[in-house]
Design a protein around this ligand. Structure first.
Ligand code: MG
Ligand code: MG
Length: 310
């Protein structure tokens, strides 16, 4: 039988510590594929921020967006963010904790997606934990409540971008999205699989499709997984550290964020504590290495080690 080696980046992203049924709609290889698509990106617009009733932004999303944006900036891309006004303070706090300041645009009422795309001319559009419209046109929480009052229709950037004619090589941005629950931008790619999970999921699952969908146990991890992919492809250190991860989440909460599942102002993400978030970053730092490099790190190649067989 052939040896089957799964990518350790996928193994980390597929960790379903919250028991959310990720395996039912996980997309193997997508973090590395998204990283490949982002290699050489010139202008990236990153949409993030998910507000739950009564209008509280959650800790999942902005840290992932900021870590990915910082990595793309280090690789030479111009990076801007777009979100709702209530998310701006915590996105700023997150970027400051990473020492990666950047411009954050708000999506005003009545803005035209076409105008924003014409002004920004992004080569790549990325969503990290951003509400995506359901078949009804509403934006719905995992519990099925409407969250449209607090989340602007930023997903229309993705709807419009995919519908735009491919007149020239650069006319249509590459679209990438990260999600964890089914109700985010990008989940249109796996909607049929999501619908098998029951009536609530069929009602909330987004119809918005993208070129590359990354599914993960939390959306922050999915974005970090793309950065791990970029690190492997470029050989450059791009991921943040576990200590920085702790500071990012704490900065988010100090700036007004709540845990999206527990719905309380605690430095947790989707109910999972800071130590778990930090541990995932540590795992991804190792997963980012090539197989050869990993084997050398753990002493199976290229030198003596306690783990070497005699
Ligand atoms: Mg989610
Ligand atoms: Mg989440």
């Amino acid at each position: 039988m052939p040896v089957v080696r799964r990518d350790p980046i996928d193994e980390v992203l597929a960790l379903d510590l919250g028991g959310r049924g990720i395996a039912g709609f996980f997309v193997p290889g997508s973090a590395l594929a998204a990283a490949r698509a982002l290699s050489g990106a010139r202008r990236v617009l990153i949409a993030t921020g998910f507000c739950i009733p009564p209008g509280l932004p959650e800790t999942d999303g902005p840290p992932g967006a900021a870590v990915l944006g910082r990595a793309l900036g280090l690789l030479g891309a111009g990076v801007r963010y777009v979100t709702d006004p209530v998310v701006v303070p915590l996105l700023w706090a997150t970027l400051e904790a990473l020492q990666a300041p950047a411009e954050v645009l708000t999506y005003p009422d009545g803005v035209d997606a076409r105008t924003l795309l014409t002004d920004e001319r992004p080569t790549h559009l990325v969503a990290v934990e951003r509400p995506g419209r359901a078949p009804s046109g509403d934006y719905l929480s995992a519990r099925g409540e409407s969250v449209a009052a607090w989340n602007g229709p930023i997903d229309e950037l993705f709807v419009f971008a995919r519908g735009a004619p491919r007149r020239t090589k650069h006319a249509r941005p590459v679209t990438i999205a990260v999600g964890d629950g089914g109700n985010e931008v990008g989940m249109g790619n796996v909607r049929a699989r999501l619908c098998r999970q029951g009536r609530l999921m069929a009602r909330i699952a987004s119809v918005v499709r993208v070129d590359h969908l990354v599914v993960a146990g939390t959306s922050n991890w999915g974005a970090y997984g793309i950065v791990a992919g970029l690190e492997r492809l470029t050989g450059r250190a791009l991921l943040h550290t576990p200590d920085q991860e702790r500071r990012l989440i704490e900065a988010c909460v100090e700036a007004g964020a709540v845990d999206g599942i527990v719905r309380s102002p605690k430095p947790t993400v989707d109910g999972l504590p800071l130590d778990v978030q930090a541990a995932i970053v540590e795992l991804l730092r190792l997963a980012a290495a090539s197989r050869h490099e990993r084997r050398a790190i753990i002493g199976l190649e290229g030198g003596s080690s306690m783990m070497e067989t005699p």
